[in-house]
Design a protein around this ligand. Structure first.
Ligand code: DQA
Length: 146
């Protein structure tokens, strides 16, 4: 099975951006964490994609149809604004898990709203980068890997 991990805007700034919220590990560390978790969960392949551009994320989700078996997505700030990303996830109808590094429910009020959540079977938030590993394991179980 093939896994696609999608990260939205500013996730490439991990380690630099607000380390008290997002930690001190960099984006490369996150990529390796996802690769390892995917391997251990039984995925044959794992692509880790990042973009700061909403339309590029929509394109990537559309291209996932027929190419990937599931999606783990941290849409970052687009979580709270993007009907386009929600609609793309609904269009391809691949099993998807929403991840947030921080505890989005305990921050500013605007971070409590998630459009993308409506197309995901689970949300993982507030576990730091380890949340990606949990999301990947839960996706594997959901599609019957292992
Ligand atoms: C985030 C939470 C979002 O509110 C924020 O805009 C991000 C990262 C998280 O992983 O905690 O960029 O998705």
């Amino acid at each position: 099975a093939a896994l696609l991990v999608i990260n939205g805007p500013n996730i490439n700034m991990l380690g630099v951006r607000e380390p008290s919220i997002y930690g001190t590990h960099d984006y490369h560390y996150l990529e390796r964490l996802c690769q390892k978790a995917a391997r251990e969960a039984g995925f044959a392949t794992c692509e880790v994609f990042q973009s700061n551009h909403e339309g590029d994320i929509v394109d990537k989700i559309q291209e996932a149809l027929g190419a990937f078996d599931g999606i783990v997505i941290n849409p970052a700030a687009y979580t709270h604004t993007s009907v386009a990303i929600l609609d793309a996830l609904k269009a391809v109808a691949l099993p998807a898990v929403e991840v947030h590094i921080s505890q989005v429910d305990q921050r500013e009020g605007f971070r409590r709203i998630s459009f993308v959540r409506l197309a995901c079977f689970e949300t993982v938030a507030g576990l730091g980068l380890e949340g990606y590993a949990k999301a990947i394991r839960d996706l594997a179980a959901h599609i019957g890997l292992g």
